[in-house]
Design a protein around this ligand. Structure first.
Ligand code: ADP
Length: 538
């Protein structure tokens, strides 16, 4: 027997309509190169519908892909609604890709148009001759006078919008399984892979992320997403604030820790979100700013060292809220909200060191790497982490079949190795390819990094596996020492001997100036492995 409820499609336009009608006066504040731009959710609705008219007038195909190449701004946010609202698909271009990755993704998505911030035109312009599917390059003036290249496809955003009346978006998308957006993975191995979100997945992901066991955002919040709108579906922050009524503070091009902290203070931000490198860089500056309105600092994309969270707690009384996810998961998988069982400070610190409580809507399991049998949730047993849920990818874009990234029953193989506690918190041990396999035993590089970064003289550390004649592989630590501090190899190894099993202590240490980062600010172990490829231990 079928139920008798209405078949109201879950669309991004439904999210927009809730924001503009219920929370019309909530703000979207954008810091640009030249000042502060203020708009409301009601203004966003108008901008979206005018953009929609422009898309129609330009003759973009009914399900054509439209790229963005932009900072976190009001206009970029509007594209999150105008493009899918007209049935087209927003491809959020990653401005930090290497040129080859950029060309690959634009051509792979077959983008017909790109909306580019003028300050980013210098990055995109050299690639334009290779972006052969593009018919329109729409330049959004953001106050930076980058020269406009001589390309017949160039158009100016302000001119296109000047006489564009708002379009009616009602009834434009009726099937909630229609594609709404494409985000490519950061391509740490091989070419980036396309993840195609649906209207339905965006809607469900947005509503779930408001739950108190997830981000718990309300209409009293003012959210500053440092995470770019082009990275991993912006962690859902293009959608959830409109659902929940939280104002958005968009940082624009200046993402240096000091300027982010100034913006938090000036705009009375209550919740902010970004990758660990941003929050690490902010530690020495925390005391210089009035951050009294801040109640949540969300951090994900890589493991959050305990020392990082505790440094924030010490300085401003607000620890870090760790989140785990993947581009493939829209990206939310888990968030370290504290359950009622977490009673003591010791338990809290331990819980905050996990990757978080599995989010409602996501199912997770850990399985043996060889037998694929499920392992218990006892917080100790580790296995390959697999997930399923309505906002988890089922197949990558333009592939014939799911392939080996998925289990035979369709769960996504995350590539992470984890334990799950009896309370449902995920403890990420490592990425499968980053584990150190020493004499048949696995050593977690994440665990070692956590301990090394707990040393007061250490700014950053990454551990990689290097070949060893007896053990196969052994851990090798690459360490960045804080400015003004000194640290000797022996002292660091001694510190570790007191904190981890003797067999886990790295065989050697390299003191480096900086840990190389990927396009989205994560430690690039691939680069480190290349850098130290001629080195062997033992
Ligand atoms: P890519 O896979 O291309 O790096 P993503 O941003 O989607 O791009 O990265 C997802 C991966 O990031 C996860 O599979 C996991 O390895 C890592 N990750 C994300 N959050 C955390 C976290 N809190 N702790 C440890 N690893 C994390």
């Amino acid at each position: 027997m079928l139920g008798l409820m209405q078949d109201a499609p879950l669309t991004t336009t439904a999210i927009l309509e809730r924001g503009e009608k219920v929370y019309a006066t909530r703000e979207i504040v954008t810091r640009t190169a030249t000042g502060i731009h203020r708009a409301t959710f009601a203004d966003l609705g108008v901008e979206v519908r005018r953009q929609a008219t422009v898309l129609d007038r330009l003759g973009i195909s009914a399900d054509g892909r439209v790229a963005s190449f932009a900072w976190n701004t009001f206009r970029h946010l509007a594209l999150y609604y105008s493009v899918p609202g007209t049935g087209r698909v927003l491809h959020t271009g990653n401005i930090r890709y290497f040129p080859e990755q950029l060309v690959y993704t634009f051509n792979h998505a077959e983008d017909e148009a790109v909306f580019v911030d003028r300050s980013l035109l210098g990055l995109l312009a050299p690639m334009l001759p290779q972006l052969t599917t593009l018919k329109h390059v729409i330049v959004m003036d953001d106050g930076v006078p980058t020269p406009i290249p001589d390309d017949p496809r160039i158009k100016l955003y302000e001119e296109l919008l000047a006489d564009a009346e708002p379009a009616d978006l009602r009834g434009r998308v009726t099937d909630e399984f229609t594609a709404a957006g494409i985000c490519y993975t950061s391509g740490t191995t091989g070419n980036p892979k396309g993840v195609v979100y649906t209207h339905r997945s965006q809607w469900l992901h947005a509503i779930a992320s408001l739950a108190s066991s997830v981000f718990g955002m309300t209409d009293a919040d003012r959210l500053l997403p440092v995470v770019p709108l082009f990275h991993a579906n912006a962690w859902g922050f293009a959608h959830s604030p409109l659902m929940g009524g939280a104002s958005l503070i968009m940082p624009g091009p200046d993402l240096s820790p000091g300027s982010i902290l100034s913006l938090i203070a000036a705009e009375k931000v209550t919740v902010t979100a970004g990758v660990p490198t941003i929050w690490m860089g902010a530690i020495p500056l925390l005391k210089d700013h009035d951050l009294s309105t801040l109640r949540g600092v969300i951090c994900g994309g890589s493991a959050v060292p305990v020392s990082l969270s505790e440094a924030w707690r010490e300085a401003i009384g607000v620890p870090i809220t760790q989140a785990w996810g993947m581009t493939e998961m829209s990206p939310l998988g888990s968030v370290t909200q504290l359950r009622s069982e977490v009673a003591t400070m010791e338990q809290e610190v331990e819980t905050r060191a996990t990757a978080g409580l599995i989010a409602p809507g996501v199912q997770a399991r850990i399985v043996d790497a060889i037998t694929r049998e499920e392992k218990p949730w006892d917080g100790e047993a580790t296995g390959d982490l697999e997930v399923t849920g309505p906002w988890v990818v089922r197949q990558y874009y333009k592939t014939d079949e799911p392939g080996d990234s998925f289990s035979p029953d369709g769960w996504l193989r995350t590539g992470d190795v984890a334990a799950i506690t009896p309370l449902g918190y995920i403890k990420i041990v490592d990425r499968t390819k980053d584990l150190v396999k020493s004499g048949g035993e696995w050593i977690s590089s994440v665990d070692l990094e956590n301990q090394i970064m707990g040393h007061p003289a250490v700014k950053e550390a990454a551990v990689i596996a290097l070949p060893h004649p007896k053990w196969g592989e052994r851990p090798f630590a690459c360490v960045v020492v804080r400015e003004g501090a000194t640290l000797e190899r022996e002292e660091l190894l001694g510190w570790l001997t007191e904190r981890v099993g003797k067999w886990q202590v790295p065989d050697d240490v390299a003191f480096i100036d900086e840990v190389p980062k990927t396009s989205v600010g994560k430690f690039s172990k691939k680069t480190l492995r290349e850098q130290f490829s001629d080195r062997s231990l033992g």
